[in-house]
Every structure is written in structure tokens, then in C-alpha cells.
Write a protein that binds this ligand. Structure first.
Ligand code: FES
Length: 157
């Protein structure tokens, strides 16, 4: 597989697709499994799934775009998720995100060139009382200010 450079993963993906062949209603389930296997959903994988399930590529892409969980880009070693749910938003999460984007030199949805960090926006992490909140590889950091968010980042650099 060019996308993930791994023959074994292509084989595994083929098996997943084969188990759902010709079943368009299984699209979300197959996308979940493919992302679990590869880590993200590059175009080659989308094409293989579309062909296997008998749906259009546009349909695959629209599902991927609709569900925040899916990503078409590889994630970084450290995945930073900044909460922009209502409680965090009103407590200043836009400023946190802006500061992290500046510090990392990337926009939300992207990864740093060295593959170390990726940045994304999420909706409510379930810790509203600690807002604004971000997680780094699922570890939560709360009551953030732009400067403390940068301090957190430094722990991982
Ligand atoms: S709104 Fe951010 S944790 Fe709930």
C-alpha cells in the first residue's frame, strides 16, 4: 500500500472490504475499521472502500467530512485536541487554539512536518468545569490560558 507503505495492512484492508462487499449501508463501519487499521483514510483507501462497497467516492468523502472522528491526514505522535464546545468556547478556547497554531506553525486539522504533533478541534470532552480543556494523546489539561497551553506543549517537545 502506497498510502501506509505496508503490504500487510493492505491485505487486512482487503479482508475488511471483502466482508462488506456490495453493502453500502456498512460504509461507516468499514471506514471505522479502516481508520483503526491504518490510522487515517488516505485517498487510495477511500477509493478501495468505494469500489468494494459499491458507493461513489463522493459519498465516501461526504461521510468522512461529516464525522469529525474521521481524518484523511496522518496524525502526529502527539495528538492535541482543543475543545471548542460551548463551555470551553466561552472560557477562551479560541485563544488557546490560536496560540497553539502559532506555536506549532500549523492550523487545526494539520500535523507538524516532523510528524510530532497534530492539532484538532473537538466538541465537549466531558470536562466542562475545567474549561478551557485540551487533551494530548487523551491526557486532559484543563483551566488553560494561552501561556499554560504552551507550557503543556513544552512537556512533549
Ligand atoms: S465544552 Fe469543553 S469539555 Fe465540555
Amino acid at each position: 500500500m502506497e498510502a501506509c507503505q505496508c503490504e500487510a495492512k493492505w491485505e487486512e484492508l482487503d479482508k475488511i472490504i471483502a466482508a462488506h462487499r456490495g453493502r453500502p449501508s456498512d460504509l461507516i463501519e468499514v471506514l471505522h475499521k479502516a481508520q483503526e487499521l491504518i490510522g487515517y483514510l488516505p485517498r487510495q483507501v477511500q477509493v478501495a472502500i468505494a469500489e468494494g462497497l459499491g458507493v461513489s467516492l463522493a459519498e465516501v468523502y461526504s461521510v468522512i467530512s461529516f464525522y469529525h472522528h474521521f481524518t484523511v491526514k496522518p496524525k502526529g505522535k502527539y495528538q492535541i485536541s482543543v475543545c471548542k464546545g460551548t463551555a470551553c468556547y466561552v472560557k477562551g478556547s479560541p485563544e488557546i487554539l490560536e496560540r497553539l497554531e502559532k506555536e506549532l506553525g500549523i492550523k487545526a486539522g494539520d500535523s507538524t512536518e516532523d510528524g510530532k504533533f497534530s492539532l484538532e478541534v473537538v466538541r465537549c470532552l466531558g470536562a466542562c468545569g475545567l474549561g478551557p480543556v485540551m487533551t494530548v494523546n487523551k491526557r486532559a489539561h484543563g483551566l488553560l490560558k494561552p501561556e499554560t497551553a504552551v507550557e503543556v506543549l513544552k512537556q512533549y517537545q
